[in-house]
Design a protein around this ligand. Structure first.
Ligand code: PGA
Length: 247
């Protein structure tokens, strides 16, 4: 298995222009092989593309529209994102699912649309606390995985990334234990292998949910955890540097 390891910062609706400048000027990334990525607010993509190019950080979006163009006020099309040079887009983050009512069907359309436009989709999946307590974790997570990837064809392992983010661990300070996360990642790996054969062995599966410099190494020690999708701890250069140096 040779799945690549990525550290991806999801800045959500945070960071002023001054904070962005201070973030990039504080970066010092060793062992950088184009595997440290940031998703800022869309408004800041252009600025981050300039600063990221100097720092060797690839830039992505937090969301995209499933529609090509037209009367969809407030949305961003994959064509426009692609023109700006974004490398990837998050799709189906749990905040999009719960706060904005995104369904598996919409999320699947976004995955396909991004992929057709040459933007790498990072499909986010994860169970709520209620679902975990009811013993439904794998049903939910694998169901979201299969629905999100429906009809997606890939030519190699680097055309899609999966992010497993238990909803109860996002922004709460409660991380899944490495064993809890590892178990779900192993199950995701099996489904990816069924769907994509050899490529499925090498698709990167990120873990997200309160990843911090003090827990990242234990998480990355699990065989099928191939990096992190990080909110809070990606906002400051110091902690992003520390997360990246664990890769
Ligand atoms: P967190 O967010 O690291 O702040 O928990 C992760 C995410 O929402 O992607």
């Amino acid at each position: 298995m040779t799945a690549k390891t990525y550290m991806v910062g999801n800045w959500k609706m945070n960071q002023t222009q001054a904070e962005i400048e201070s973030f990039f000027s504080g970066l010092s990334l060793s062992n950088n092989q184009n595997n440290f990525w940031i998703a800022p607010q869309c408004l800041h993509i252009s600025k981050c593309m300039d600063l990221g190019a100097k720092a060797g950080v690839l830039i992505g979006a937090q969301n995209c529209s499933e529609h090509e163009y037209g009367a969809f006020t407030g949305e961003n099309s994959v064509d426009s994102l692609s023109e700006m040079g974004v490398h990837f887009t998050l799709v189906g983050h749990s905040e999009r699912r719960t706060l904005f009512g995104e369904t598996d069907e919409t999320i699947n359309k976004k995955v396909l649309k991004a992929s057709q436009t040459g933007i790498l989709p990072i499909l986010c999946i994860g169970e709520t606390l209620k679902e975990r307590e009811a013993g439904k974790t794998l049903d939910i997570v694998l169901g979201q995985l299969k629905a999100g990837l429906k009809d997606l064809k890939i030519q190699n392992e680097s055309e899609v990334i999966i992010a497993y983010e238990p909803v109860w661990a996002i922004g709460t300070g409660k991380t899944a234990s490495p064993e809890q996360a590892g178990e779900v990642h192993n199950a995701i790996r099996e489904v990816l292998s069924e769907l994509y054969g050899d490529f499925g062995q090498d698709i990167s599966i990120l873990y997200g949910g309160s990843v911090k410099p003090n827990n990242v190494e234990d998480l990355l020690a699990q065989p099928n955890i191939n990096g992190g999708l990080v909110g809070g701890a990606s906002l400051k250069a110091e902690s992003f540097n520390a997360l990246c140096s664990a890769c």
